[in-house]
Design a protein around this ligand. Structure first.
Ligand code: ZN
Length: 310
């Protein structure tokens, strides 16, 4: 069994308008944009990263914004919900903040004895907040969200599945244990996590497969400390019969990818080197950062990518 995975690292989703996406996560959610770069595999598209002050793994939400992209259709075989942790007592603040802003899809749901506040991002992104007492992870300071309500990173993701058996086996392989069941949802968690140690498997046998588009999650990444642990995980997943990519340098982490039995793209990403190695912490996320292989495209990209200034 794999012991090196520590929880979630980042969640990457698809957006339409980059400015709307940026404004939602920085101004409404109170996260910091910690990196403004491009999709390394498709450099005509931004890759925007949001998190705490330095992009601590376990709380990094990232987006590929494709202007004019049509909305995805929710269904099975995808990450159906991304849940963020907020301090005990903070949900009332968030509910009134979001009601005041007229956010869509605002609702509450009781799950595993907790209340989740469900809401949608600008592309129908399915998001939620849940109170986690004693979550001492770092948070973004300096936004207009008060410190005592600020997001502490991810709580969990929910995978929407036609059937949970094969994916449950994969979660076991990845070091997660079944922590409970609530209706059609199985909760997997791991001890000694980085704080983002929960994955819910939601069985929705009557639903069609999802159609990926704006508002859909593209992939979910799990955290390992370093490249040595990543190679151990790669070996174990490959030995179990999964087709895993080679290690890919993503500038802020190293990544491997594979697909779950229902086709959800999983990544395993290193905590090293992190997001502060190529720009001053005080100005993180302000300049357009390009990897060496795309630096020659800079003048064209600076012209073609929509300006995001704050
Ligand atoms: Zn990723």
């Amino acid at each position: 069994m794999i012991t090196q995975i520590k929880g979630l690292h980042h969640v990457t989703a698809i957006a339409s308008g980059p400015r709307e996406n940026n404004d939602f996560f920085t101004q409404i959610m109170g996260l910091r944009r910690i990196k403004k770069t491009v999709n390394f595999d498709n450099p005509d598209v931004y890759h925007l990263y949001y998190g705490d002050n330095i992009g601590t793994p376990g709380g990094v939400m990232t987006y590929f914004p494709f202007p004019e992209k049509a909305r995805g259709r929710p269904g099975t075989g995808e990450v159906g919900k991304t849940v963020f942790s907020v301090p005990e007592g903070a949900l009332a603040y968030w509910q009134s903040r979001m009601e005041g802003l007229g956010l869509e899809g605002l609702a509450t749901k009781e799950l595993f004895d907790d209340t989740q506040l469900l809401f949608q991002g600008p592309d129908g992104d399915r998001l939620a907040l849940v109170e986690v007492p004693g979550d001492s992870r770092p948070f973004r300071s300096g936004s207009d969200v008060p410190d005592e309500a600020a997001i502490r990173g991810f709580h969990s993701v929910a995978l929407h599945l036609r059937d949970t058996v094969a994916t449950a086996e994969l979660m076991h392989l990845m070091g997660y244990e079944l922590a409970g069941q609530d209706g059609d949802i199985q909760r997997f968690s791991r001890a000694d996590s980085n704080g983002a140690g929960i994955v819910d498997l939601h069985r929705l046998p009557g639903e069609e497969p999802a159609d990926q588009g704006a508002g859909s999650v593209h992939h979910v990444a799990f955290a390992v400390a370093d490249r040595k642990d990543q190679l151990s995980v790669r070996q174990a997943i490959s030995d179990a019969g999964y087709k895993v990519t080679e290690v890919i340098d993503r500038n802020y982490f190293w990544a491997i990818y594979f697909k779950t039995p229902e086709g959800i793209l999983f990544e395993v990403a290193t905590d090293e080197p992190g997001f502060v190695h190529d720009e001053d912490i005080a100005h993180l996320g302000e300049a357009l950062k390009l990897p060496a292989q795309h630096e020659h495209l800079r003048s064209r990209l600076e012209e073609s990518l929509p300006a995001i200034t704050d």
